[in-house]
Design a protein around this ligand. Structure first.
Ligand code: GUN
Ligand code: ZN
Length: 436
């Protein structure tokens, strides 16, 4: 039987790049002060003003009414580590020390199936509580971690992309695989999960320092078995890391060249960070079809550096916005916007609230190659939605009482919002989280 559901409230979505002006370009936003998203079997059937859709809200349509709230497409997080949820906010190191001190010891625990399952449950719940409905996630090198995460996401009917980390050197033995085992395990997981429901597998070499050149090349060949898949890794995050890569790969002309030689740059390749890159690398990323996940919370937390968003976008590289937990100290994509705004300010760039929310929804969907499925309020899109409460804290309520314009309201949300701001999260037309 057909399932009908509707959400009513103020609606905002983005249909194209809003530009960098104070007001969005004509046609960029879909805004309905009192609108309805009509959902049929989890897919958006219609989006319009309430007055226009009222005749279709018949008795068989369940209506969730959210007066005074703002309904948007669910947030998308294109780079984070499921395994690092519980070591989030670990004090005081830069990348390599932080990995050795906190990250690797925790990741070893995910070999245990029960541990991985309990963590996957907590992780999915936390994502939904923060309004994130789709993520591109690193698991660990253990197949158990991937199975646990996909199983939990499947129960929630979430759209999720994830992969087994490939790493065969420069880490504790208990985390290292081998060229052969990493390919065998990744391929088995790919066959089991890729394209099952809303799940996709991603080829996931951790980063150049923890793989041998042979393993990176094997990852490149594995990706070629289904080039429609996502490939995710890390690039040029930290100065010491970059020096280390130069020592480990003397034959490569730079860090990106290490991946290019292995066949790891192509459409749907996602490189986290890419802070310390030059125009030549930008041009090669663009020409190769790579995208960058900008992780401002992580980059400031680990003291990695300030990403130049404007330069990347001017070069024509798709740039997504991500939390990168556990190096990022917040799961809230609203907090990511606040961090991104400040990083941009320090780079002489400005992130408008229109660009910010476009990035979390349509932009992140586009950089993952999912723009025809999620990220917009339009018929045919999967009904993943977040309900935002612009008066969710006493301070936000004060600002809201001044009757801000829509642009001001968005800016308040991104600078002051967090998980308290997420009134509800809907996944494929079903309520998946409601604020207590
Ligand atoms: N580079 C390699 N692994 C990691 C990781 O887990 N987190 C971050 N931020 N950078 C990495
Ligand atoms: Zn990362």
């Amino acid at each position: 039987m057909t399932q009908w559901q509707a959400l009513r409230g103020e609606l905002l979505g983005f249909n194209r790049d809003p530009g960098d002006g104070e007001t969005p370009r004509a046609g960029a936003i879909a805004h309905y002060p009192d609108g309805v998203v009509l959902i049929r079997d989890g897919v958006i059937e219609a989006v319009d003003h309430h007055a226009a859709l009222a005749p279709r809200l018949t008795d068989d349509v369940a209506v969730a009414h959210y007066p005074d709230q703002l309904i948007m497409p669910g947030f998308i997080d294109p780079h984070l580590h499921f395994s690092q949820l519980d070591i989030i906010a670990s004090h005081g190191r830069q990348l390599i020390d932080w990995l050795n001190t906190y990250t690797f010891p925790e990741e070893i625990r995910l070999n245990d199936r029960d541990y991985a399952e309990a963590l996957a449950d907590g992780f999915i719940r936390q994502l939904l509580a923060h309004g994130t409905t789709t993520a591109l996630a690193f698991c660990t090198s253990h197949p158990n971690s991937v199975n646990a995460l996909f199983e939990r996401a499947e129960r929630e009917r979430m759209r999720l992309i994830a992969g087994k980390v490939m790493m065969d050197r420069n880490a504790p033995q208990a985390l290292c695989d081998t060229v052969e085992s990493s390919v065998r395990d990744s391929r088995a997981l790919m066959q089991q999960w890729h394209g099952r429901g809303r799940l996709e597998y991603a080829v996931t070499p951790r980063f150049a320092p923890t793989s041998t050149p042979e393993q990176l090349a094997a990852a490149g060949r594995l990706w070629q078995e289904d080039p429609g898949m996502v490939m995710q890794t890390h690039l040029c995050e930290n100065r010491a890391e970059i020096d280390w890569v130069a020592e480990l790969y003397p034959e490569a002309s730079d860090y990106l060249d290490v991946y290019q030689r292995a066949g790891l740059l192509g459409p749907r390749s996602v490189f986290a960070h890419a802070i310390h890159i030059d125009d030549d690398m930008r041009a090669r990323l663009r020409d190769g079809g790579g995208a960058i996940a900008f992780c401002p919370g992580s980059n400031t937390f680990l003291g990695s550096g300030l990403f130049d968003r404007r330069a990347a976008q001017a070069a024509g590289i798709p740039v997504g916005l991500a939390t990168d937990i556990g190096a990022g100290p917040a799961l809230s994509q609203l907090t990511t916007l606040s961090d991104a705004y400040k990083v941009c300010q320090l780079k002489g760039d400005t992130l408008t609230p229109w660009q910010a929310f476009d990035a979390l929804t349509r932009g992140n969907a586009r950089m993952l190659g999912l723009e025809d499925r999620i990220g917009r309020l339009a018929p045919g899109m999967e009904a993943d939605l977040v309900v935002l409460d612009p008066a969710s804290t006493p301070l936000m309520a004060r600002k809201q009482a001044h009757q801000p314009t829509l642009g001001e309201k968005l800016f308040n949300l991104m600078m002051l919002g967090d998980d308290r701001t997420i009134a509800a999260t809907w996944v494929l037309g079903r309520l998946a989280h409601e604020r207590a």
